[in-house]
Design a protein. Structure first.
Lengths: 243, 388
């Protein structure tokens, strides 16, 4: 469960995120949808505690991410905006390293690693060094690292960005799987289809503020459009800028 | 603690698999001592050449006794050229010894008899040979003088009313230590080169391949992360020190040190002493490198900074040796300089001042830890983490 209250971030004179408030419940997939530069990544960075907000609070399962960051990380899995790999470590070594950073070890860690290799369909690359991995392969390894400690809350910044169809489907399957396990999943995307295919609740972000929030049906009703894409364009203010 | 070990082990594995890190940790320590010994060997060759000179003599038949003396001292005498001066000017010979008829006459009469030594004083490379021949003739003269005095029933000491007893308060070993100034320099350079790449890779490199964000969202304090990276870099630097000393030992065993007039004793005490003094320096060097590399915006920038850092160890040494400052207690508090002075003492076989030793051994790790603390704080800055 993630509770965000009045989150604001300024860079100099630019306000990147302006008073965002929302909740992401357990057992639900919440999608942050917005065009590039809307402030999704900045908002997520504050939510997973790497950036300090100018004002506002974030609580994960009731724990404040600003004052008690490490406690939050223990129960949260994060796929950050930038998630490069160590070129000289294998896929398995990556997951083992991150598992150990979470205090895991021994047989349980090995079991979990094998499970993720299975889930993310990485058998072919599990013992290869990550140097030269394709974009999709890298994404899978990063996801594996984020999920190795079996977190109750998961935050993914553009998890399907640039993936081929097959990898996208694997990631979607994984997200649904986690929701069905009762976890709280928050992810961001600028791709409408991605959000509509997965989300129980959608939060549309435009110019650093929330333009609309609710279930897909509610969003369509709010905007007066019959499909989600038109609703997204109308609510995020894209139609004024483009066309 | 367990997590610290995890970070340390991962960085070490990463470093060992990185060819660049391995090269900077291995190649220098292996190559440098051999370069030095090559130079020393050349010097020894030059010294040997001074012994193996042929002495060109014009009129050698006029002073058979002198020629005989040369030969007994192990030199070969060859016939000198007709025109001695031209031969020297044309560099056919480095010098020519000319014995005139007058010499024979005066020598026989027991008067001062001169030989002519023709050489070119502007050719520095010949001076060693000229000096050697001059000494040989002088020694011969003294010997003859003593014989003549004895033959007349006088004490040979009449001819040398004043003598000099050389009492050099510097032991031969200490004097040699002076000439081995380069040993601490090599070891210190190895310290700075050994962990350099891993220090960059674990900080600026982490950001450059954008793996830093994912690393920081783990329940591990930034101090633990930096400590692990620091210890991994220090391990590389320490390994580099060990290798350098080992290869230095092997290399020096191939140099005819005695021919260079160098007395260098490296035994257990010396090796333990040098290690004890330099290993803490690894913690300082790596700390400094991790800090600077974190501050740098990119891998390239970090490389530039750290390359400059390699020169840093020479600075205090140059300042002190050029400013005619004597050895003072505070110098042992300066990293690198303290190490240099201490290694010189250890190799010189001097008594070690325990307080100074403690200063040298303790200051570097403390400064290293300070750098770690500063780096941990840097990692809390958004500018550093996100590279703004």
């Amino acid at each position: 469960m993630i509770e965000v209250r009045g989150l604001t971030k300024r860079f100099g004179t630019v306000t990147a995120v302006n008073g965002i408030s929302f909740e992401a419940a357990d057992g639900e997939v919440t999608g942050l949808l917005g065009p590039n530069g809307a402030g999704k990544t900045t908002a997520l960075r504050m939510i997973y505690g790497l950036m300090k907000p100018n004002s506002g609070t974030v609580r994960v399962d009731g724990i404040d991410t600003v004052t008690d960051r490490l406690a939050v990380y223990a129960r949260m899995g994060v796929l950050p905006d930038s998630h490069g790999l160590y070129p000289r470590l294998t896929a398995r070594e990556h997951m083992r390293y991150f598992g150990e950073l979470h205090g895991m070890s021994g047989a349980s860690l090995e079991r979990r690693t094998d499970e993720l290799i299975d889930l993310l369909d990485m058998k072919a690359i599990s013992d290869r060094r990550s140097e030269g991995f394709s974009h999709g392969e890298k994404m899978k390894v990063s996801l594996g690292c984020a999920l190795v400690h079996d977190p109750g809350t998961v935050m993914l910044d553009e998890p399907t960005n640039g993936l081929d169809v097959q990898s996208t489907r694997a990631v979607r399957r994984l997200i649904r799987c986690m929701r069905d396990d009762g976890r709280c999943v928050l992810f961001s995307s600028h791709i409408m289809q991605e959000v509509s295919a997965l989300c129980d609740r959608i939060i549309i972000v435009a110019e650093g503020a929330i333009a609309a929030a609710g279930t897909p049906d509610e969003i369509m009703r709010q905007s007066g459009h019959g499909n989600l894409e038109d609703a997204f364009v109308a609510l995020s203010g894209l139609d004024e800028v483009r066309i | 603690m367990k997590i610290l070990l995890t970070v340390f082990r991962k960085e070490l594995t990463d470093g060992i698999r990185d060819r660049r890190s391995m090269i900077s940790a291995l190649i220098m320590p292996l190559l440098f001592p051999f370069m030095i010994t090559f130079m020393l060997n050349q010097k020894a060759d030059q010294n040997r050449e001074a012994f193996e000179i042929d002495i060109p003599v014009v009129g050698s038949k006029r002073a058979p006794d002198l020629i005989d003396w040369f030969v007994r001292q192990g030199y070969d005498v060859i016939d000198g050229p007709e025109d001695a001066e031209t031969a020297v000017r044309d560099e056919v010979h480095n010098f020519v010894l000319v014995i005139s008829d007058e010499f024979v006459e005066r020598f026989a009469q027991g008067r001062r008899a001169d030989v002519e030594l023709i050489y070119d004083g502007s050719r520095a490379e010949t001076s060693r040979g000229v000096q050697r021949v001059r000494n040989l003739i002088r020694e011969y003269g003294r010997m003859v003088g003593r014989l003549r005095l004895t033959a007349r029933g006088l004490s040979p000491s009449l001819g040398t009313p004043v003598g000099i007893d050389d009492i050099d308060i510097v032991s031969a070993r200490e004097r040699s230590a002076e000439r081995f100034n380069f040993i601490p320099l090599i070891v210190i350079m190895a310290t700075f080169l050994g962990g350099m790449n891993i220090a960059i890779d674990a900080t600026a490199g982490e950001r450059e391949r954008s793996s830093l964000e994912a690393l920081l969202v783990n329940p591990v304090s930034r101090r633990t992360l930096v400590l692990g990276k620091w210890l991994a870099a220090s391990t590389f630097a320490s390994a580099s020190i060990g290798l350098t000393l080992a290869s230095l030992l092997v290399a020096l065993s191939r140099v005819p040190l005695q021919q260079l007039g160098i007395e260098l004793y490296i035994g257990e005490r010396e090796i333990v002493g040098v290690m004890l003094v330099t290993l803490p320096l690894a913690l300082f060097a790596s700390g400094l490198q991790v800090m600077f590399a974190t501050f740098a915006r990119s891998y390239k920038e970090a490389q530039t900074y750290l390359s400059m850092l390699v020169i840093l160890p020479m600075v205090p040494h140059l300042v002190v040796s050029s400013s005619s400052l004597g050895e003072a207690w505070w110098m042992f508090l300066v990293p690198c300089l303290g190490q240099q002075l201490m290694i010189a003492d250890v190799l010189g076989g001097e008594a070690i001042n325990t307080a100074y030793l403690l200063m040298v051994v303790l200051v570097s790790p403390m400064l290293g830890l300070l750098c770690v603390e500063i780096t941990s704080r840097l990692f809390n800055r958004e500018r550093i983490v996100f590279g703004r």
